[in-house]
Design a protein around this ligand. Structure first.
Ligand SMILES: Nc1ncnc2c1ncn2[C@@H]1O[C@H](COP(=O)(O)OP(=O)(O)OP(=O)(O)O)[C@@H](O)[C@H]1O
Length: 243
């Protein structure tokens, strides 16, 4: 990632409708502003790295993940990545609520570019890992949040991506599933994949990540492999903020 900045346009243009928009433009009181959610972010990861991204609410963590996943294009700068990328962003994104768990698993596989025979060979493992064997024919919308995230994680992790992006998904599963998924992620990493994880749990970052990126108000505060030190500086920062 080289000098990446990402801006959102904010203002009242979404809610006003076309006629009002034209009128306001003509009168010159059409109000939009640029909001930079990320500014000048640069870092490099190697195969097998696990990066933890930390920072306060609104620091720009999810926006950066969207850019890495290719959902958003950076306003400036460049992102280069090699290999098959799988991203788990907002809960339930990429699923169809009316289709069953089974149908969604195949759909998700197809969206990621996998063939039906490949998905046939992985399907049982995915459902077993997600502990959703009894729910295969249930519409996705009737699953609990934890079950939805378990299915998303199982699909993403069992199809062996080169790059795995996780936005807080692990925090939705219960304790037992979290332990199991952390172990799975360690296996994925030792298999050579690169993982990026956004987390508000410093313990999780400390125990799993070998690199860390700390963002605040869109800017990079620290990046490096001294995970313990950066986490304790961040903890002190949070303590000062809470006073
Ligand atoms: N679609 C959007 N339009 C305008 N501003 C946005 C949009 N999405 C996010 N933002 C703003 O960009 C900033 C960064 O948001 P982002 O979701 O990346 O933060 P975050 O670090 O992931 O936060 P959290 O820890 O709360 O999930 C915030 O100030 C947010 O209000």
């Amino acid at each position: 990632m080289e000098n990446v900045s990402i801006k959102y346009m904010v203002g009242d243009f979404k809610s006003i409708g076309f006629k009002e928009y034209v009128l306001r433009r003509l009168k010159g009181n059409y109000d939009t502003k640029e909001f930079w959610a990320n500014k000048h972010i640069s870092f490099t990861l190697n195969k097998g790295d696990m990066l933890g991204i930390i920072g306060s609410n609104g620091a720009g963590k999810s926006t950066l993940l969207k850019a890495i996943s290719g959902i958003m294009v950076p306003s400036t700068g460049k992102i280069e990545k090699r290999g098959k990328l799988v991203a788990l962003l907002e809960l339930g994104s990429g699923f169809d609520g009316d289709l069953t768990v089974k149908e969604n698993t195949y759909l998700r596989g197809a969206m990621l570019g996998y063939t039906r025979p490949f998905m046939n060979s992985k399907y049982n493992d995915i459902i077993e890992f997600a502990e959703l064997k009894d729910f295969q024919d249930r519409p996705f919308k009737f699953l609990s949040s934890g079950m939805k995230s378990r299915l998303a994680f199982s699909i993403a992790s069992l199809i062996n991506p080169d790059i795995l992006i996780l936005d807080e998904v692990l925090s939705v599963g219960d304790g037992a599933f979290r332990k199991k998924s952390e172990k799975k992620m360690k296996d994925i990493i030792s298999g050579g994949a690169t993982t990026i994880l956004v987390s508000h749990s410093l313990n999780q970052v400390k125990s799993m990540c070998n690199k860390i990126l700390w963002l605040e108000k869109g800017k990079m505060v620290q990046f490096g492999d001294n995970v313990q030190n950066i986490c304790s500086e961040y903890e002190k920062f949070l303590d000062r903020k809470a006073k």
